[in-house]
Design a protein around this ligand. Structure first.
Ligand code: GDP
Ligand code: IMO
Ligand code: MG
Length: 418
């Protein structure tokens, strides 16, 4: 299958990085279409744990070309640091990174703006919302302007004036912004040679029958339009984001994989119907080592929400699914799955009926027996305990899409094919 897309089905951190790395073994090109340095995609190879933020996770496969599409908001300073970190791991990035001329740029000003208001949503403070807002307000700056550092510097001065006039960041941030500008301009200059017409590049790969992987960041429930607004990110992680953010025709995607954790997590604020504020939630958090890969924040944890998952499958049209972190459930005596939402004694017809009143719904659970067996060393799906297979099968019945991969540990090798 030459074109595969991998999209998060929940509130992000489903294990997309691991799946993308795995699938990239056979890929020629890997492309991101939205988001920016808010993403934290973890790939674990032997003793190395590498966290990718803006560089697509295919960078760990030496022959893979990595595209940062125009739907992204690119932070030059953070990207430059990420490239240095990759080089330290011995991963050569030379000639392998292509940045769209028309991707928007995250500046130190956007990050200061995020620091002023981001706490309301609980953002990653990476300047994502302000950069996308500037894009929509026609106030933004595109990557092409990294070719002209004088012009870029002038933009920063002009944008800073607007920011001061409109009180968009705290006055005591001014020095910090000015300090960061120098390294920002330096990074922009470094990245300028990586600018490419990425629409032409990805179409050329497509026409040449190359294997292409499209890597989503964040997750369906964080989608600006179809997520739990306003507690969302400012881009479209869902499938439509691919058309808008890469100029790639979605009809040419052969395989659309949704990634789901075997339970649910969320970082930041916002409604979460199956959240467990008790010792079971703490157990999931501890056993799953649920800390944000970008901000280090503790992730909120709860049971698998099949109402939300069915919605994610439906709106994206996933053709297949991956289930990650099944091993985290290994020690539980019983496991619950949310099969419906109730409101005022009525069962709601689905997630979209509840999305504007999610904090009021009551999850209805079905309880399944745990398997109480270590799955992390298993080498084939046939070896999965019956209860684990029943759990996966129950999820499939609820979301109506088959799971084809089951991840049983963070390592590359810890994956089963169903
Ligand atoms: P992403 O943002 O979707 O790429 O996911 P993150 O990297 O933010 O979070 C997933 C975390 O779970 C990372 O620490 C991974 O190393 C880890 N992980 C991925 N798959 C598995 C798995 O099957 N089992 C366990 N125990 N950890 C996993
Ligand atoms: P990956 O790609 C989990 C969350 C933030 C916050 C909201 C808005 O690793 O799955 P933003 O900084 O985007 O304006 O924050 O979205 N968020 C993520 N949660 N995984 C992510 O990325 C996320 N990126 C943003 O915590 O609630
Ligand atoms: Mg993550």
């Amino acid at each position: 299958m030459p074109v595969t897309a991998v999209i998060g089905g929940q509130w992000g951190d489903e294990g997309k990085g691991k799946l993308v790395d795995l699938l990239c073994e056979d890929m020629d090109v890997v492309a991101r279409y939205q988001g920016g340095a808010n993403a934290g995609h973890t790939v674990k190879i032997d003793s190395d744990t590498i966290i990718l933020h803006q560089v697509p996770s295919g960078i760990l496969r030496p022959d893979c070309i990595c595209i940062l599409g125009h739907g992204m908001v690119v932070d030059p300073s953070a990207l430059s640091e990420e490239l240095d970190a990759l080089e330290q791991y011995g991963i050569s990035t030379d000639g392998r990174i292509q940045i769209s001329y028309t991707a928007h740029i995250v500046t130190p000003i956007h990050k200061a703006m995020d620091r002023a208001t981001g706490h309301i949503v609980g953002t990653t403070l990476r300047g994502i919302g302000p950069a996308y807002a500037d894009k929509a307000r026609r106030l933004g700056i595109q990557a092409v302007d990294m070719l002209d550092i004088t012009r870029l510097g002038q933009y920063l001065i002009d944008r800073l004036k607007i920011g001061v006039q409109q009180g968009e960041f705290k006055a005591d941030e001014l020095d910090a912004i000015r300090d960061e500008m120098q390294s920002f301009l330096y990074a922009a200059d470094r990245l300028a040679p990586m600018l490419t017409d990425t629409i032409a590049s990805i179409h050329q790969a497509m026409d040449g029958g190359k294997n292409i992987l499209i890597e989503g960041a964040q997750g369906t429930l964080l989608d600006l339009d179809m997520g739990t607004y306003p507690f969302v990110t400012s881009s479209h992680p869902t499938v439509g984001g691919i058309a808008a953010g890469l100029g790639f025709p979605v009809k040419n995607i052969d395989r659309l994989m949704g990634v789901f954790k075997a339970y649910t997590t969320r970082v930041g604020e916002g409604p979460f119907p199956t959240e467990l504020n008790d010792e079971v939630g703490e157990r999931l958090q501890e056993q799953g080592a649920e800390f944000g890969a970008t901000t280090g924040r503790k992730r909120r944890c709860g049971w698998f929400d099949a109402v939300a998952a069915a919605y994610a499958c439906r709106i994206n049209g996933f053709t297949e699914l991956a289930l990650t972190k099944l091993d985290v459930l290994d020690k539980f005596d019983s496991i619950k799955v949310c099969t419906a939402y109730e409101l005022d004694g009525d069962t709601l017809p689905g997630f979209s009926a509840a999305i504007h009143q999610l904090d009021l719904v009551k999850p209805v659970y079905t309880e399944l027996p745990g398997w109480r067996t270590d799955t992390s060393d298993l080498k084939s799906a046939e070896a999965l305990p019956t209860e684990a297979r029943d759990y996966i099968q129950r999820l499939e019945e609820l979301v109506q899409v088959p799971f084809v991969k089951v991840s049983i540990g963070a390592e590359r090798s810890q994956i089963l094919t169903l």
